[in-house]
Design a protein around this ligand. Structure first.
Ligand code: ADP
Length: 345
């Protein structure tokens, strides 16, 4: 019998990547909206580029297992997985500079999620704000996946020992839970995983066309950046502006006007646009029309690329298969370490 503590798995130092890896996941639930891009995807691209110059890995995942908590049509699921992959590439992900894959193509994550279930108190999951919200949104379908979703999310991130996670602010409670799960695991079985940190863009919460709630597919207040120009015009023209500006001659308040706030992201001259609103030189309709045309122009290249990519599902499948293979060694090494630490062999 040995008393040498350094021989036990718990005392062994973790095998962490030298440079923190980047990871994020997005559900295959239709074309991304402006909130997804400004709040998260722009950072996927920026971090991919930074990672490529710094010799670290950026890993992005279409999280189909997560989507199964509410998408139950197999045909739709298959199509939307490829569409989301196409959208991410069209918006700037380069599969040569990052890894893009589908969650279910690396099923080790489900094993890790189960193991994490055993260190996660039920109370933590019951208290998650998104669980409470989703129960209300789909009362006919309160499946266990809705409750354990954050456990799978923690596993998604740390299976690759990633430490930087580009996400929108709405995901902050989930990421906090991931950190708690990692701490619980490390405390019981020894330092194994880094605690993941959120990375936010300058627009961590993009409001929807209603000007009051977060832009979200489930609310239906989105601007579909890869949609046809007429759809974008319609969605932008439906935006709620400064509700106190009744008459065209009333001065506007750009600080509280969602349309003015969005102009920040589509031109360096936004201060001039704001001045026009403040002095009532321009009206809300003018400002919306300008925003719609700028959004259409900004995403014109991405829209074309998206069309080309979705027309070639074989090519998309090959990119995703290659991504899943590329990270197989990381996933397998993590699982071997975890099983050993937990006494599973
Ligand atoms: P949705 O809420 O529309 O279903 P997802 O949950 O698929 O979108 O979100 C994918 C990524 O986009 C996540 O990182 C999320 O935080 C981010 N995101 C979604 N909506 C917004 C928003 N309105 N503002 C900022 N980021 C957002």
């Amino acid at each position: 019998m040995t008393t040498d503590a350094s021989a036990s798995p718990a005392a062994r130092p973790p095998s962490l990547p030298v440079k923190p890896r980047i990871f994020s996941g997005i559900q295959p639930t239709g074309r991304p909206h402006l909130g997804n891009d400004l709040g998260a995807i722009r950072n996927y691209v920026a971090l991919q580029d930074k990672a490529a110059t710094e010799g670290r890995e950026a890993i992005y995942c279409v999280v189909d297992y997560h989507a199964l908590t509410h998408v139950h049509d197999p045909e739709l699921m298959g199509r939307q997985i490829l569409e989301m992959a196409a959208a991410l590439i069209a918006l700037g992900l380069d599969p040569k500079r990052c890894t893009l894959f589908v969650q279910s193509d690396r099923p080790e994550v489900t094993e890790l999620a189960w193991l994490f279930n055993t260190v996660t108190p039920v109370g933590w999951l019951m208290r998650t704000p998104t669980y409470k919200e989703k129960r209300l949104n789909q009362p006919e379908d309160v499946n266990t996946g809705l409750l354990t979703y954050p456990v799978l999310q923690a596993a998604d991130i740390v299976l690759y020992k990633a430490a930087l996670v580009p996400i929108g602010r709405d995901q902050a409670p989930h990421l906090e839970l991931s950190r708690e799960i990692v701490r619980a695991f490390n405390a019981r079985y020894g330092e194994t995983f880094p605690e993941p940190q959120a990375v936010y863009t300058e627009a961590p919460t993009v409001l929807g066309t209603d000007g009051s709630k977060k832009m979200s597919k489930s609310i239906g207040n989105t601007i579909e950046i890869l949609g046809e120009p007429d759809l974008i015009r319609k969605q932008v023209m439906s935006m709620v502006t400064d509700t106190q500006r009744i008459m065209r001659s009333d001065p506007g308040r750009p600080e509280v006007c969602n349309v003015c706030q969005m102009h920040r992201h589509f031109g360096a001259d936004y201060q001039e646009i704001w001045e026009g609103e403040r002095t009532a030189r321009t009206g809300c309709v003018d400002t919306k029309k300008l925003l719609a045309e700028r959004i259409i122009a900004h995403y014109a290249g991405a829209r074309e690329a998206y069309k080309e990519l979705t027309a070639d599902p074989k090519r998309l499948r090959a990119i995703l298969d290659e991504g899943a293979e590329r990270i197989r060694p990381i996933a397998e090494a993590t699982m071997a370490e975890v099983r050993e630490r937990m006494g599973l062999r």
